[in-house]
Design a protein around this ligand. Structure first.
Ligand code: 5MM
Length: 341
């Protein structure tokens, strides 16, 4: 049976649930493992992801979908069960990162364009066979006084739209991720500068999605929050929530199936607090939830530490963050819940 894009998208942003971004490429997962002194072998990557995908109650209660890297989509757990199967058995949707990374944009020093469109139709057909029902593509936008340029915004928005149209043709829901870096260089931009750039990028992305005839009710937007740079952090939780919602309402049509934020280098608790404030204070035209990588995994990675005897501890840490973010997705998170746990 072919599932409808709209039904898959609705499941990805189901109430009180959100997406686990576990699609670190080989280079990124190595950096994460370096922080716990673990060598990044194929087995270590499998063990780590298996630990997360078997974590309960996180997976069945709070995780709607998991974004995987190509290697993980093909891997089997220690007992031979495909990792995709573990995700499906928990009632979550398996997804796949299909971009090939951000590469220097010719003629635009300091800016990138995300590559991976060549051969994408064929890769999507294979990923569908392997069980993926949604995909992800991340465009990376640098921010400073002078950047981004119109050229870089246009190149990334155009690629995102072509990717999204190819996904929908293949029966796969696209996650459209235009990330304005919070933790890039110099990282000293104000929240108002972030607003200005996020506004311009979202306008360009939705114009390109429209031209590419992408069905908005069959896609999920994964944006950054409107927030000051990592070296200039001073905006309150309320200000981040208010400016983010204002920017999204000004640019994201209500037909879009849902919004699932990236965490972008915020601390675990900040990412949760911002999400909760948005859901608590505002009447939003779309479901608004999380698609966090670092903010969902950091505590679990540290607690696990690469040791089999710590699997249960790692899973508890992951379940806690998933629970906190699940509550934030319905505006019900309170700081006391962190300390109580
Ligand atoms: C999990 O990290 C994702 C993949 O990064 P690379 O392609 O650079 O290895 C990344 O795209 C992630 O899905 C999003 O940035 C959200 O993760 P954060 O940590 O920002 O919540």
């Amino acid at each position: 049976m072919v599932e409808k894009l709209q039904d898959i998208a609705a499941a990805m942003v189901a109430r009180g649930k959100g997406i686990l971004a576990a699609d670190e490429s080989s280079g990124t997962i190595k950096k994460r493992f370096d922080t716990i002194g673990l060598t990044s072998t194929e087995d270590a990557r499998r063990d780590y992801r298996e630990m997360l995908f078997r974590a309960e109650p996180a997976m069945s209660q709070r995780i709607s979908g998991v974004i995987l890297y190509d290697e993980t989509l093909r891997q089997k757990a220690g007992d031979g069960t495909p990792l995709v199967e573990l995700i499906r058995n928990a009632g979550a949707v398996p997804g796949i990162k299909v971009d090939m990374g951000a590469k220097p944009l010719a003629g635009y020093p300091g800016e990138t364009v995300t590559e991976g469109l060549d051969g994408l139709r064929e890769r999507l057909a294979e990923y569908y066979e392997l069980g993926a029902r949604f995909a992800k593509w991340r465009g990376v936008i640098s921010i400073s006084n002078d950047l981004p340029t119109k050229g870089a915004i246009h190149a990334n928005a155009h690629a995102l739209a072509r990717y999204a149209a190819l996904c929908q043709e293949a029966g796969i829901v696209p996650i459209v991720e235009p990330e304005i870096l919070m933790d890039g260089t110099p990282g000293d931009h104000s929240i108002d500068r972030c607003y200005e750039v996020t506004d311009a990028v979202l306008k360009a992305v939705f114009a390109e999605l429209d031209l590419a005839r992408v069905a908005l009710d069959g896609m999920v937007l994964k944006p950054n929050m409107v927030i000051d740079g990592k070296n200039a952090r001073k905006a309150s939780v309320e200000e981040v929530a208010e400016k983010t919602v204002k920017c999204l309402k000004a640019n994201v049509p209500s037909d879009v199936a849902g919004i699932a934020f990236l965490s972008g280098g915020q601390s675990d608790e900040e990412a949760t607090a911002h999400l909760s404030a948005m859901n608590a204070a505002n009447d939003l035209p779309w479901p608004v939830t999380f698609s966090y990588g670092r903010a969902l995994q950091a505590a679990a990675l540290k607690a696990w530490g690469g040791r089999s005897e710590n699997v249960a501890t790692g899973q508890r840490a992951f379940s806690h963050r998933a629970e906190m973010n699940g509550l934030a997705a319905i505006g019900n998170w309170k700081r006391e819940l962190e300390t109580a746990a």
